[in-house]
Design a protein around this ligand. Sequence first.
Ligand SMILES: *Cc1c(COP(=O)(O)O)cnc(C)c1O
Length: 425
Amino acid sequence: MTAPVVPARSPEAAAAVVSETAPARSSAELIRAEEPVLAHNYHPLPVVVARAEGTWVEDVEGRRYLDMLAGYSALNFGHRHPRLIEAAHRQLDRLTLTSRAFHNDRLAGFAERLAQLTGLDMVLPMNTGAEAVESGIKVARKWAYEVKGVPADRATIVVAAENFHGRTTTIVSFSTDETARTGFGPFAPGFRIVPYNDLAALQAAVDETTAAVLIEPIQGEAGVVVPDDGYLAGVRELTRRANCLFVADEIQSGLGRTGRTLAVEHEGVVPDVVLLGKALGGGIVPVSAVVGRREVLSVLRPGEHGSTFGGNPLAAAVGTAVVDLLETGEFQRRATELGAVLRDGLTALVGKGVVGFRSRGLWAGVDIDPALGSGREVSERLMREGVLVKDTHGSTVRLAPPLTITAEELGSALAALERVLTRGA
Ligand SMILES: *Cc1c(COP(=O)(O)O)cnc(C)c1O
């Protein structure tokens, strides 16, 4: 081999170079520095995270915070879970990207294990959640034309109001959130929107053009909205009778969050297609997937769909390690047991600043008395107490800690919430 053009540096030497060229800036300076150069599509809490481990993150000044958001469930296994980091390191030293022009030696194993974990047959690997949703829509439409016999370009997909499925132009076309939509038209046709948790409305919307019903088993961004018992089983029955697909967006609800591998398991339901993302990448790389029945995913033939990065060996290695963790059952068990602690803690706060809440497993949407402040204001006060959360709409705060959180840590987060609510502004 010829000598490398750039001499290899030890990690220590590389770190020294970084600190020479980029003098440390304070949190306040870094926040100010973003303003002129970074698109303003987010309004983050004023905390600048520099490192993290497990349930804890540390800011630039060394202040520590309990992470009660877990990257919207992308960090179900906590920050830098040792098994996931090890899998990533090992793969980084061997092979990171091939494109799907060639096979790679990690992809078959990942697909086999993910299909087995979900009880489905085939996997279409993608990267982000929105891509999984887009891919699910394409697959459902093709299935409608080729298998169901819907006339060309007439397929419809039924979705629920208040949904969140991502940010692409097609996906915002069937959002009911005006902030997500306004200014981004013209919108894609082919979607019917019905109220969530309403089987009669769903029944009325489904007809011979329907390719699929696409819903979240629990609506996360809407405020952790848990449907009535029987809704998911009803969707399954209704879609079976109407000969259309049940596509479950489990990108946030899946992979242990609710106490089961998939949230649909609470009703013993197996959808035709499950969309996964977020935690599938172990908090390391974006990994998403459409997982489905063979009859559905086999409508795709070479050239009809693809992704340069989808199914890359690094993603497959991390995704396989995620499946390994979930197969132990430990995280689902923790979500169930600690979910009960969370529910009891929140129940005790009802009437003391909490108006109501919805929860399943380690996932809760907490409605704060609007007189005590907006969800944003409560989130900022919690930040000052060393607890990071995110508001959803209005006065709702979402809690979704890493599933590795301990009972003590959960107790301290609930105590901080109580302090913030009883002390007020
Ligand atoms: C986050 C999310 C998405 C979109 O995922 P991205 O990776 O942000 O594109 C889609 N559906 C649900 C339910 C989500 O929570």
